[in-house]
Design a protein around this ligand. Structure first.
Ligand code: ADP
Ligand code: AMP
Length: 207
């Protein structure tokens, strides 16, 4: 069975950026609950309509919904190496994951905490732009989009929403740090440096 890693850390820490590289270069499959929800919003499904209310306010989508999505994904993914990007985000989600993994023949190989100070997160999120065609993520100064590529800002990257997402991270998601540390699963990486150094450190963890 493939390996299973969780990427934990504040919004804008660079989890998606690094996960993409592991997908492209190391054959991992990235399961991003945020991407799944945004796709549902775009398609206008019932899930999308329900999730949008929470996402636009920078709140977490209710656990039952997210856990259901993850269960389905894990069942269809087969035996590849996977990265859970942005899940779990609450203790009940982590407990649900613990039950789900063995049911699909998996075990948790590690939880990588992307450590970045809040000020850096705010600057990364305010400059984040996305190509709506491909989903590719850029940054106005750190990683500008190529000429001719039209990019947009995510609704929830607006300043008012970002503040709330950070609050939610510290109150609902940060308790997972101790949760996984106590289980001996936590690896902390300094994600405040440049993408190349973060990737090098990450590779030493997931290989
Ligand atoms: P997350 O998936 O954790 O929310 P992203 O991967 O979308 O974060 O990154 C947030 C923003 O920061 C993006 O605009 C991205 O281009 C930029 N970014 C990612 N990693 C770094 C880094 N190491 N240094 C500077 N900017 C980064
Ligand atoms: P992300 O793309 O990971 O920043 O997620 C964007 C938004 O989707 C979050 O602000 C939440 O509203 C929602 N979301 C993504 N993953 C989860 C999760 N595991 N639990 C609850 N809500 C989530």
């Amino acid at each position: 069975m493939g390996k299973t890693f969780v990427f934990l850390g504040p919004p804008g820490a660079g989890k998606g950026t690094q996960a993409n590289r592991l997908v492209e270069e190391k054959g991992f499959v990235q399961i991003s609950t945020g991407d799944i929800l945004r796709e549902a919003v775009k398609q206008g499904t019932e899930l999308g309509k329900e999730a949008k209310k929470y996402m636009d306010a920078g709140k977490l989508v209710p656990d039952e919904i997210i856990i259901g999505i993850m269960k389905e994904k894990l069942e269809e993914i087969g035996d590849r190496d996977i990265i859970l990007d942005g899940f779990p985000r609450t203790i009940p989600q982590a407990e649900a994951l613990e039950k789900m993994l063995p049911q699909t023949g998996r075990q948790l190989d590690g939880v990588v905490l992307f450590n970045v100070p809040d000020e850096e997160v705010v600057s990364r999120l305010s400059g984040r732009r996305v190509d709506p065609e491909t989903g590719k993520v850029y940054h106005l100064t750190h990683n500008p989009p190529p000429e001719g590529v039209e990019v947009v800002q995510r609704e929830d990257d607006r300043e008012e929403v970002v503040k709330n997402r950070l609050k939610v991270y510290h109150s609902q998601t940060a308790p997972l740090i101790d949760y996984y540390r106590n289980k001996g699963k936590l690896v902390v990486i300094d994600a405040s440096t440049n993408p190349e150094d973060v990737y090098t450190h990450l590779l030493s963890v997931v290989k």
